[in-house]
Design a protein around this ligand. Sequence first.
Ligand code: FAD
Length: 471
Amino acid sequence: MTTVTTATSQRVQLDEHAADELATTLRGELVRPGGGAYEQRRRVWNGSIDRHPALIARCAGVADVIAAVRFARTRGLGVAVRGGGHSFPGYSVCDGGLVIDLSPMKGIRVDPEAGTARAQAGVLIGELDRETQAFGLAVPAGIVTHTGVAGLTLGGGMGWLMRKYGLTIDQLRSVDVITADGDLVKASATENVDLFWGVRGGGGNFGIVTEFEFQLNPLGPVVLGGPIYWPMAESPKLLRFYRDWIADAPDELMTMVVHRRAPAVSFVPPELHGQLVVSVAACYAGSVEDGEKVLRPLREFGSPVLDLCEPKPFVVHQSMFDPIFPHGWWYYFRACDVAELTDEVIDITVEHATRIRSPLTAFPIWHLGGAMARVGEDETVFNGRAAGHTFNISAATETADGFDEEREWVRTFWSALAPFHTSVYVNFLMDEGNDRIRQAYGPAKYDRLAALKRRYDPGNFFRLNQNIPPV
Ligand SMILES: Cc1cc2nc3c(=O)[nH]c(=O)nc-3n(C[C@H](O)[C@H](O)[C@H](O)COP(=O)(O)OP(=O)(O)OC[C@H]3O[C@@H](n4cnc5c(N)ncnc54)[C@H](O)[C@@H]3O)c2cc1C
C-alpha cells in the first residue's frame, strides 16, 4: 500500500495493484518513490520547492495523458501537471498525489509552406526555436530556452519578439485539450471558441493541452542582440535617457533593463565580476543594419563598461540568459506592471538595485508595447496589454543559505513600488492567493473564467495552478 493525497488533501491508502495497473497501461514510465529516477523526476526548476509525489506518470503520448487523468479521477487523487517544470511557485509537482509529467512529449512539426508549427506539451522553447529557425521562422516566446512552451503559452508568453509579433497566445491557432473527464476536445477560433479564449491566458485550469498549433513569423535567422553594461552609479541618468529613447522605439526593438552584480561568466571581464552594474539587453527583430542605427544613441550614452550587442543567430541570442537561471538554485520572485518609468519609479528602482547582495540576483524590467498592445484586451484572457513595463523582481541563491534575506529584499522592493502597480502577468505570480489571481485577470475576465471553469472542470480537478475555482 502507498499513502497518497486526494484532491481534497486527505491521506488515503493506494493499493499497489492499482499503481501496477497504471504502470502497465502507460506507454511511458511510471516512477515511484525510491531510487535515483524518482529523485530526479520529482525536482522542478526552482530548487526551493521540495515536494514528494506518490507517483509520476511520464506520459509518452495522448493515450498516457488520458489514462493518467482517468486513474487519478477514479481514485480521487490530487494531480499536478508538468510541462517544462518552470512554474515559479512549483505548481508542477505535488505532495502525495500524481504528477502527470508531459516532458517526454517532444513532437514538433513545422510546415514552412503553411507557416505553422505544431508542438507537443513537453517541448521547451529552445527546442521549438531550433526547428522553426531552420526555416527562418519563429513563434514569439520566452527569453530562457529551458522554459516549457506549454506553461508559458497558457499564461500568455512574453519575450523578445512580442513587440514585433505579439504574445505567444497571439500566434496560437488551436489546441488539443484533455478534459477532467479524460476526453479530447479541440479548441480554435472556430471550434469551442470559449475554451480557446480561456486557454489564452487562463493557464491549466480547463484541462491538459497535449498539442499547440502556432502561426509562424519570419525572423533572422541572424538578429542584432545582446546586453550593454554601465556602472550602477549611472543608473539614474541611464534610466531617464532610456525612458525618452524607447518612446519612439520601432516594434522591431525589444529591450529590458537588468540591474545586478556582473556575473562571473567568461564573456564578462574578471575586473567586473561582482560589481554592481546596470545593463540594457536588446534584440532587434529586423535587419542588422537598421538595428545598428536604432541602437546607436543607446550605445553612445554615458560610459558603458561592456558592449556585447552584436549580430548573432537568434537561437544563440535566445540562450543568453540560460546560465543565469539554471535549474536547482533557490528562486523567489514578485512581479508587477507599471504604466511608465516615472522619476519616482526610477528612484525606487535605483535605491533597491544598489542593495543587491547576492551575486546571482538579477531583476529585469521589460519594455512592453508594440504588437502585443494592439490586440484588444478582451480578445484573450491576458490582462495588462496597455502597461508600459513589467518588473520581474527576482532573487536567487545557490542553496537555502542567504535565501530569506534575498526574499525579504524582493518583498520590500515590490511593496515600495505598490503605488505604481497597474497589473500583473499571471505567469509571474508566486503562490499569492486568490485575490491576486483575481487582480491579475481583472474582475470581469475572472468571472468569465470562473464560469468557464464550471463548464470544463466543475470539480476543480485541475487545481494546482493559478487556480480559478468554478463558480
Ligand atoms: C527561468 C524562467 C524564465 C522565464 N521566462 C519567461 C519569459 O520569457 N516569458 C514568459 O512569458 N514567461 C517566462 N517565465 C514564466 C513561465 O512562463 C511560467 O513559469 C510557465 O508556467 C512555465 O511553463 P512550464 O511548462 O515550464 O512550467 P510548469 O511548471 O511545467 O507548468 C506551469 C503551470 O502550467 C501548467 N501546465 C503545464 N503544462 C500544461 C499543459 N500542457 N496543460 C495544462 N496545464 C499545463 C502546470 O500545471 C502549472 O500550473 C519564465 C520562468 C522561468 C522559471
